[in-house]
Design a protein around this ligand. Structure first.
Ligand code: PEP
Ligand code: MG
Length: 283
């Protein structure tokens, strides 16, 4: 809030679950989420449900040895195998949403059936807690390329989607996050990734809010491209907030739209960067 942020786009709740012998109870989580919501003073708090997996194993949510943890039991896949843990988390979120603007967001959704299961669990929690809080929004992350392409199957079911460009780029470019040997291929401004983002915006059709989170949203070269593609919200680390807001204000929607239409036809991330830099230099 002190950085000028208008909302919290993703609260990574993993931090409340690691280095413990058992998961935090619904009331422990409620205390933490409530404290954050209160500090935000009316700004929306988007609480992402647990996104743990084989790359960050914890004792009480065991994951079998996997050759490719990023393609394995992670995010909503793991949570749906431990419904009692997810239900406790949703209970905490729903209780805080009774008093503050809160959004619940599901990570790593791949199949409509996973989203349906998560939404059904949320309905059970609404019944237990005396109804759906009027402040609550429900959304999902788009991190899997097939979901981005087929986004129209998902968007009518949620209030918003948030495109996780760290994972979307990892999966779309087949470049493992943090692997230095292939880092030169990891630029999320690749036109192929931009086309996936465009596909989500088109599917949302103005009816479902589209956010972008992940490091791309904090990249000043990417900012006008994302705005031009029609993204509604950028979620960035707190240090990046003032710079990103400043960059957004430098662009008219018409210019950003024209820029995005041009760069999406290019053949590489490097070419996209060069063209955006040229536009920025001429302004
Ligand atoms: C993402 O994948 O872009 C994202 C925001 O989630 P995380 O970085 O926590 O995987
Ligand atoms: Mg992710």
């Amino acid at each position: 809030a002190d950085s000028g942020a208008d909302a919290v786009g993703v609260l990574r709740t993993e931090f409340f679950f690691i280095d413990r012998a058992q998961p935090p109870s619904a009331s422990e989580q409620e205390t933490e989420y409530r404290r954050i919501a209160e500090a935000l003073d009316g700004r929306r708090l988007t609480v992402r449900t647990l996104d743990l997996g084989g790359d960050k194993p914890i004792d009480y949510l065991p994951v079998p040895q996997e050759a490719n943890p990023f393609l394995g039991l992670r995010g909503i896949r793991l949570s749906l195998q431990h419904p009692e843990v997810l239900q406790q988390q949703l209970t905490a979120i729903v209780r805080v949403a009774a008093d503050y603007p809160v959004a619940a967001m599901f990570p790593m959704i791949t199949a409509v059936s996973e989203l349906d299961q998560a939404l059904e669990m949320l309905d059970v929690v609404f019944d237990e807690q005396g109804g759906r809080p009027s402040h609550l929004e429900v959304g999902m992350m788009v991190e899997v390329p097939a979901v981005a392409i087929n986004a129209a199957a998902f968007t009518p079911k949620v209030d918003f989607v948030s495109i996780g460009t760290n994972d979307l780029a990892q999966y779309a470019l087949a470049v493992e996050r943090g692997n230095e040997h292939v880092a030169h291929l990891a630029d999320a401004l690749d036109p192929g990734v931009l086309r996936l983002i465009e596909s989500v915006v088109v599917a949302a059709g103005g009816a479902t809010r589209v956010a972008v989170c992940g490091e791309l949203a904090a990249d000043l070269i990417a900012v006008p491209v994302l705005v031009g593609l029609g993204v509604d919200e950028l979620s960035v680390n707190r240090f990046a907030v003032p710079g990103v807001k400043d960059e957004v204000r430098r662009w008219s929607q018409a210019d950003a739209t024209a820029l995005a239409a041009e760069v999406i036809t290019l053949d590489s991330a490097a070419a996209v960067r060069a063209v955006v830099a040229e536009w920025r230099g001429s302004r």
